[in-house]
Design a protein around this ligand. Structure first.
Ligand SMILES: Nc1ncnc2c1ncn2[C@@H]1O[C@H](COP(=O)(O)OP(=O)(O)OP(=O)(O)O)[C@@H](O)[C@H]1O
Ligand SMILES: [Mg+2]
Length: 230
């Protein structure tokens, strides 16, 4: 599948999502291409750090490239048959690269924060989706709450607005505002690889991955049982 991590708001967790999804696909034994379509190149920087961190273990576990503008579509289509999955990270604006990514995506995943300014931009994302649909009728558009408060009205208010946007399907698989996401990113790791592990962060991420991809990541206990049996 081609999974695009997007939206038109900066700093909401697109790169966090894209890098973690690429890593979870790799852990599920898939051949993954991570496309950095943002000129800030954060996903590429993350991959450089990841390759250093995991140098003794064979590196990142996925292939990463940078693409911009219309090349996101043309190269994306050319490379799609060579990989099991492609994850595309786009910049936090309405760019040619994001539109090109939308034209080839199977799933468009949009994080939003529990804040009014953030949810308002989802309306603009909705018109971007409307424009993409005639060219891509397979497109699934899913949004989820990122950096959710531990509890509170702000989460509920934001998700209520998101649920009312007909072009978007709200999925109830929030990621909490947890230090583990930042700590893992600074080492080029997914939260599921961070030690000591934050089980809440890992649990939230694997649930989100399930919901976005329909792939269930086996728990460590389940993996150990499978190894014992084989
Ligand atoms: N669930 C979370 N808990 C805590 N921190 C988070 C979480 N998700 C993202 N962050 C942090 O928030 C910051 C912004 O995240 P990220 O870079 O993924 O956003 P982005 O949407 O890609 O931003 P940009 O629009 O600049 O590309 C980063 O420092 C990241 O580590
Ligand atoms: Mg980013």
């Amino acid at each position: 599948m081609i999974l695009v991590c997007g939206g038109i708001k900066g700093g909401v967790g697109k790169t966090t999502l894209a890098t973690n999804m690429a890593i979870l696909f790799a852990h599920a034994g898939k051949d993954v291409l991570l496309v950095d379509a943002d000129d800030q190149e954060t996903a590429s920087d993350f991959t450089i750090i990841r390759n250093e961190t995991l140098a003794d273990l064979g590196g990142a576990g996925y292939t990463a490239i940078k693409l911009h503008g219309a090349a996101v579509r043309s190269e994306g289509l050319r490379l799609a048959p060579k990989y099991d999955h492609i994850v595309i990270d786009v910049g936090g604006r309405d760019t040619a690269g994001q539109r090109a990514a939308l034209s080839i995506a199977d799933v468009y995943a949009i994080p939003f924060l529990p804040a009014s300014f953030d949810v308002w931009t989802l309306e603009k994302v909705a018109s971007l989706i409307e424009e993409a649909r005639p060219f891509n009728d397979k497109l699934k558009t899913l949004c989820f709450l990122n950096r959710a408060d531990a509890r509170g009205q702000d989460n509920d208010e934001a998700t209520e607005i998101a649920r009312e946007i007909p072009q978007l399907t709200y999925i109830d698989a929030p990621l909490g505002n947890r230090k583990a996401f930042r700590a893992a990113a600074s080492k080029g790791l997914s939260v599921i690889e961070l030690r000591p592990e934050d089980p809440k962060a890992s649990g939230e991420l694997t649930s989100l991955f399930d919901r976005l991809t329909n792939i269930t990541v086996a728990s460590k206990r389940h993996q150990a049982e499978l190894t014992k049996r084989s």
